[in-house]
Design a protein around this ligand. Sequence first.
Ligand code: AMP
Ligand code: ZN
Ligand code: ZN
Length: 353
Amino acid sequence: MVFLAGSRALTGILKCWRRALAPTGGRTLSTRCRYCGAEAVVRVPYAKLNLCAEHFGKFVVDRVKEAFRRYGMAGPGAKILLALSGGKDSSSLAYIMREISSSMGFKLAALHIDLGIGEFSKRSREAVENVCRKLGIQLVLIDLKRDLGFDLIDLIRRLRSKRVCSLCGVVKRYVMNAVAIELNADAVATAHHADDVLTYIFKNFVIQDYNYMRKLLPVNMGIPNTVATRIKPLYEIYERDLVLYAKHLNIDFVDMDCPFAKEEGMETVIRKFVEDLEARAPGTKISILRKFVKAHLGVQKDVEGYGRCSSCGLVSLRDRCSFCKLTEKCFGKPLGPAVREIIRQRFGDGVWA
Ligand code: AMP
Ligand code: ZN
Ligand code: ZN
């Protein structure tokens, strides 16, 4: 495991970890695993289970399988592209998906985008490379500087912009979609977990952004050749459980925050509020998510109405997509077509395993 001392994420994860491992308030669990009778190392309050490390791993994996069925995320034969950042969530996602791929009949490949953000990107990329090597998953690596001639830092400098996260979002979303389309993926899986989704649900309720809400569903259907279907296999997995899962499997991940990331005050308040609700009634998080899905499925906006970018041909609300517009503004020509060409040339349909 790769740890960088002093990071905000590390402190958070360690706190989470200690709480989960010592659910009795600092004393170790005296109870036995529900399934095998070995000493329990984890208490899962919402399932009323004490589990050994092995059965805890199985519990998490089974919950992801169940989420695939519940939400109809993908069926046998599906080619799923895993979007891996190198953090604990996406590294755990890779392990879980590898574990379930044969019984569910999935074929996998992974995508990592090296954004060129100094040490953070270097370590993230190494972690993804290690995970993919260990799991035998083919990695599609898009290195912005090497492949397109610019990285995120160049982009920020050219635009003299402070909106780093939204620029980064434009680039990541575009590359994810383009890679998935070129490789004929049936879905792109991101590593958003229950706590991420709940935070965004409440945040968007507070700011009354209902358009964004549909992106928080477990499945967002795409359109062939234009926009890839997006799925969130960890939809019902709590962050705490992912931390424990990564620890028990000794998974490689980077515990370092992006130097540009800053959690907004509102998000911190919401996370605490959601934790308090869960502490009062274990299972509340899952119950809110399921009600959210039920309430929003019927109002899911149809992406059929979206047009195509006149430069690159991928999905766009306007004449040209944000990525083509952005790159033309900075570098004199829209780079969407170049991204598609690179993927076509370098990676065939043979990446799936
Ligand atoms: P974020 O936008 O950083 O919250 O990330 C959302 C999801 O996008 C993560 O859960 C990952 O699945 C994926 N992701 C984030 N960064 C990258 C990256 N550099 N390369 C590939 N996928 C990524
Ligand atoms: Zn056990
Ligand atoms: Zn475009």
